[in-house]
Design a protein around this ligand. Structure first.
Ligand code: SAM
Length: 428
């Protein structure tokens, strides 16, 4: 039947199209696994939270879960105590209006998920490591305390080298490294690529990192990002995904990674990174109204990006239920990805490319449902976005402030290798 087809294609692709148009359930593990042929991501390492039976591998995750429970209880209590909702200030009213507009769509998508019994049965088991040895401790050693961010910020950083182990059957084009199956290059402030058709294992200071096929990373501070601007305009990027380290009141966030004041994001050279024919620019934003206003009124215009549509990431637990009450004022179970278009240098006066107008005319707002992984980790949306960039194949894609790598993509940030650590993969 139709539903059987949907389920089997989900098991293949990690993407389940719900009956409702423009809503999908995503299993990031399955989606990401399509980047690899010899390695598999560990579902239990990916889904470190929101599974009941879950043995947390990280103390912080546990505290966050209990904190969010506490917060929820507090918010619920507040809700019950006051029969009359407190008067909202101007900003809260604006946020509430945004929420009201998308609420029916989110509810409908969630209803659809709860109605898909076959899918729900599979979701419950997404965290299982495919019966691999990992249950009995087959997973390689946990993430080291020494972070890439710290490594990159010490004076020795320019001297750290990463060793790429090229496969034995790799036949180098130049005769000088015929014997050599290892490539040693600077790990920081350097574009490091795996142009091979299969993943390679790389070593940096005693840790193993899995580098997907046809991908590269540039590990640096924001100050170095200009080195990614292509020399040739037609070598610019067609798709730019950005997940900035927005400042936020949460103490926990400050422990996880450094944040940057908003004015620093004006420095991102979005126009220069864009392909001469323009780029689809996708920006993750939080629900803080003050940030949304800043992004819409100041940041996007400064980048030369015109807003087109929004993707909503609706977060669910292993039983399909929402992560939190949909209507909590300050803690929504969804995040937004704003989609916009950046004119490349080449087409300022010229006609808009075909795909831009096709994007304008289609109903591009989408709902993506998934179970969150590690703190602040976003679901892999590249494939869903590429559907909106027709005609440019293969598209040139880059992720800014990335913590992981994707086959076919460039990843930039101060820790783009973070989730490539072999401890996030199953050992065989
Ligand atoms: N999209 C990522 C994911 O799904 O895992 C999360 C990105 S997180 C919101 C922001 C990232 O920006 C963090 O990895 C943080 O370390 C990095 N970052 C913070 N300050 C930076 C800077 N000055 N230069 C480069 N990267 C920075």
């Amino acid at each position: 039947s139709n539903s059987n087809g949907r389920l089997s294609s989900f098991l293949e692709s990690g993407i389940y199209r719900l009956h409702l148009l423009n809503a999908v359930f995503v299993d990031p593990v399955r989606v990401l696994n399509r980047c690899y042929t010899q390695f598999r991501l560990s579902p239990s390492r990916y889904y470190s939270r929101f599974f009941d039976t879950n043995i947390c591998c990280d103390h912080h995750e546990r505290t966050e879960d209990s904190n969010s429970k506490k917060r929820k209880r507090k918010e619920n209590k507040k809700k019950k105590k006051k029969k009359e909702p407190p008067a909202l200030n101007e900003r809260e009213l604006a946020a509430d209006e945004r929420h009201r507009q998308v609420r029916p769509l989110l509810l409908k998508a969630h209803e659809c998920l709860m109605g898909a019994g076959d899918l729900l049965a599979v979701i419950r088991d997404l965290r299982n490591d495919f019966g691999s040895a990992s249950e009995s401790g087959g997973i390689s050693s946990p993430v080291s305390e020494c972070s890439l961010i710290e490594l990159g910020s010490v004076w020795q950083a320019p001297f750290y080298e990463i060793t790429l182990n090229l496969p034995q059957d790799y036949e180098p084009s130049s005769s000088c490294d015929q014997q050599n199956t290892q490539r040693v290059v600077a790990a920081f402030n350097n574009l490091v690529g795996n142009e091979m058709e299969t993943e390679v294992v790389a070593q940096l200071l005693g840790r193993n990192y899995i580098i997907p096929r046809d991908s590269c990373f540039y590990m640096s501070d924001l100050g170095q990002i200009r080195n990614l601007i292509p020399a040739e305009p037609h070598c610019g990027f067609n798709l730019i995904v950005i997940d900035p380290p927005w400042e936020n009141a949460s103490v926990r966030q400050k422990l996880m990674y450094p944040t940057l004041p908003n004015r620093h994001f004006f420095l991102l050279p979005i126009k220069q990174l864009s392909h001469v024919d323009g780029a689809l620019v996708c920006l993750w934003v939080t629900n803080r109204e003050k940030l949304r206003t800043f992004v819409e009124k100041e940041l996007l215009p400064a980048w030369g990006v015109s807003y087109m549509a929004t993707f909503y990431w609706l977060k669910v637990k292993a039983d399909g239920s929402l992560l939190s009450d949909l209507d909590l004022l300050h803690h929504k179970p969804y995040e937004c990805l704003l989609l916009g278009y950046c004119h490349g240098k080449g087409d300022v006066q010229g006609p808009a490319p075909v795909w831009q107008s096709s994007l304008r005319h289609m109903k591009a707002d989408q709902i993506i449902l998934s179970i969150p992984g590690a703190y602040s980790r976003k679901p892999p949306v590249g494939e869903l976005l590429l559907e909106l960039v027709p005609g440019l194949k293969p598209a040139r894609c880059i992720e800014l402030f990335a913590r992981e790598m994707i086959a076919g993509w460039t990843s930039w940030g101060n820790e783009p290798l973070h989730f490539q650590d072999s401890c996030y993969f199953l050992s065989d």
